[in-house]
Design a protein around this ligand. Structure first.
Ligand code: FES
Length: 129
C-alpha cells in the first residue's frame, strides 16, 4: 500500500492508494483524509472577559468567528475539523482568553502571542459572515 502526503489548497492531504498501479482508473479506491486545519490569527492580544460561574462558554479554536474570543459556528464552513473548546467556570472570574488561538493552555492566554510566529503572522481579516 502506497502512502502519499501532499499539500493541496492550503490543506494537507493524506492519500492512501490501495492499487497505486491503476491510480487513474481507481479514483474511487483512493481514500482521502485531511488533517485538521491550522487556526487563523484573529487577534495578537488576549481578550479580558468576565466569566459567570456555571455558564457554558464555547471558545473559538479556529479563529474565524466574528464573535471573538467565542465561537459563532464559523468553523463549520471555514475550518472543518476544528471544534470550539467548551468550558464552564466554577466561579465568577475575570480572565484573559487567548485571541491568537495558539495558547498552550487554551482557552487562556499563556503569552504565546508574544512569540515571533504570532508577532509576524498575518492577522486574519474578519470579513466573513
Ligand atoms: S493571545 Fe494567544 S497566547 Fe496570548
Amino acid at each position: 500500500m502506497n502512502t502519499l502526503v501532499t499539500k493541496l489548497d492550503h490543506k494537507w492531504i493524506h492519500l492512501t492508494l490501495r492499487q497505486p498501479w491503476i491510480t487513474a482508473v481507481a479514483a474511487s479506491k483512493v481514500q482521502l483524509s485531511t488533517l485538521p486545519p491550522e487556526p487563523v490569527v484573529p487577534s495578537k492580544k488576549p481578550f479580558k472577559v468576565d466569566l459567570v460561574a456555571g455558564k457554558r462558554y464555547s471558545w473559538c479554536t479556529c479563529g474565524h468567528s466574528k464573535n471573538q474570543p467565542f465561537c459563532n459556528g464559523a468553523h463549520k464552513t471555514k475550518a472543518q475539523g476544528l471544534s470550539p473548546l467548551r468550558f464552564v467556570p466554577e466561579k465568577d472570574v475575570t480572565v484573559w482568553l487567548c485571541g491568537c488561538k495558539y495558547s498552550n493552555n487554551p482557552p487562556y492566554c499563556d503569552g504565546t502571542h508574544k512569540q515571533d510566529f504570532i508577532v509576524s503572522a498575518t492577522l486574519h481579516e474578519q470579513t466573513y459572515s
